[in-house]
Design a binder for this molecule. Structure first.
Ligand code: PLP
Length: 444
């Protein structure tokens, strides 16, 4: 049995190049992070060999005594990491990633074509919350369920709760989804619970029907939630889903937390567990569950709390410096791990800036900002602090990052305005900023 470099030099060399890229670049994609060596050891272990369809103690295959022990440990650590009472909250740690976790919740509690409301993708929401365009139902969620997105108030960059409330009262969704992929502020869960689901409950009681569930997809901020540096969605939500590989800094996977007591007459525990398996998945990825258990142990440590505080503090330093440099930030700033910069006042778009910064090994992503006319040429960039905070960066380094980004933006603006007859480098930059191959929309 050979090691990778001997058995497959081709793949081994690609991994080496990717490792070097990760090591050398300034990684600012808000949904990415560097997981620990301990997590990677568990993910690269013999756990990947085992089939274990079902739940601990109720498997469809033999030989699962250690896998049961592992999954129970992972569940317990997950509940502890999020300060949850085992009597009140249950968890499924088998979802393969964030999008499957969300779809599993939908199929657990909704019938096909039931109505849902999530934050619109161009306003910071995620595809899996029901994205559709006037021409096309893009996400599976919008194909199988009827989706009516809520949006931001474009003048403040904050969720327009008044409009959400009005629309929800008319649309009467069975599920309202909080959470986002590009929203720099906290959600007001209390408002979503008391004013939105309550009103719908009342409305639907009159119609002799059921009310709305409130779910939070905390994928981006789960590390911040575990460290209690942002608002706690568990106080108000019936169901909380998450990925495990963003601010939580674990392996690539997903989790679903659910209330143990029935909600709106639904036993969430059995509905969600059955939706995960046999509903939508087969055998759990036990190597991921192993890595997740390791991550969740770390998530309970004082170092993890200090790390998450640093993530927020670094992000704030970055935001403040960008404001000093004259940039417009959606919502004016940040309360979490990301900032969303509106580049439109500068006459440049996110696609060109992303490309220029990529050439300087600064990795971030172009992003829609509220009011964008075209999804193909988004007017902003999203910048996140979790990954470089893991690499040890503090406020001072994030201020320097803001200055680097500023230089990149200036180059993009200059290059866009160049006239012919300029130097080779300028010609190249001109080609880069003018070519259409940049203008594909990234929607994750
Ligand atoms: N939910 C949110 C809020 C996200 O931002 C993402 C991914 O970026 C997901 C779900 C989907 O996660 P995955 O890519 O693991 O399917």
């Amino acid at each position: 049995d050979h090691g990778l470099s001997e058995a497959d030099p081709e793949v081994s060399s690609i991994i080496k190049k990717e490792k070097e890229r990760q090591f050398k670049s300034l990684e600012l994609i808000a949904s990415e992070n560097f997981t620990s060596r301990a997590v990677m050891e568990a993910v690269g272990s013999c756990l990947t060999n085992k089939y274990s369809e079902g739940l601990p103690g109720k498997r469809y295959y033999g030989g699962n005594e250690y896998i049961d022990e592992l999954e129970i440990l992972c569940q317990k650590r997950a509940l502890a990491a999020f300060h949850l009472d085992e009597k009140k909250w249950g968890i499924n740690v088998q979802p393969l990633s964030g999008s499957p976790a969300n779809f599993e919740v939908y199929t657990a509690i909704l019938n096909p074509h039931d109505r849902i409301m999530g934050l619109d993708l161009p306003h910071g929401g995620h595809l899996s919350h029901g994205f559709m365009t006037p021409k096309r139902r893009v996400s599976g969620t919008s194909i199988y369920f009827e989706s009516m997105p809520y949006r931001l108030d474009e003048s403040t960059g904050l969720v327009d709760y008044d409009m959400l409330e009005k629309t929800a009262t008319l649309f009467r969704p069975k599920l309202i989804i909080a959470g986002a992929s590009a929203y720099p502020r906290d959600f007001d869960y209390a408002r979503m619970r008391k004013h939105i689901t309550y009103r719908i409950d009342t409305c639907w009681k009159i119609a002799d029907a059921v009310g709305a569930f409130l779910m939070m997809d905390m994928a981006h901020i789960s590390g911040l939630v575990a460290a209690s540096v942002v608002a706690n969605p568990f106080e108000y939500c019936d169901i909380v889903t998450t990925t495990t590989h963003k601010s939580l800094r674990g392996p690539r996977g997903g989790m679903i937390f659910f209330k143990k007591d029935p909600v709106l007459g639904v036993d969430l525990e059995s509905a969600i567990n059955n939706a995960v398996f046999p509903g939508l998945q087969g055998g759990p990825h036990n190597h991921t569950i192993g890595g997740l258990a390791v991550c969740l142990k770390h998530a309970q440590s004082p170092e993890f709390k200090a790390y998450q505080n640093q993530v927020v503090s670094n992000c704030r330093a970055l935001a403040n410096r960008l404001v000093e440099l004259g940039y417009t930030l959606v919502s004016g700033g940040t309360d979490n791990h990301l900032v969303l910069v509106d580049l439109r006042p500068l006459g440049i778009d996110g696609a060109r800036v992303e490309k220029i910064l990529d050439m300087a090994s600064i990795t971030l992503n172009k992003n829609s900002v509220p009011g964008d006319k075209s999804a193909l040429v988004p007017g902003g960039i999203r910048i996140g602090s979790p990954a470089m905070t893991t690499r040890g960066f503090k406020e001072k380094e994030f201020i320097a990052i803001a200055d680097f980004i500023h230089e990149g933006v200036q180059i993009a603006i200059d290059a866009k305005g160049l006239v012919s007859g300029s130097s080779k480098l300028q010609e190249f930059l001109k080609f880069v900023v003018s070519s259409d191959f940049l203008l594909t929309d990234k929607v994750s």
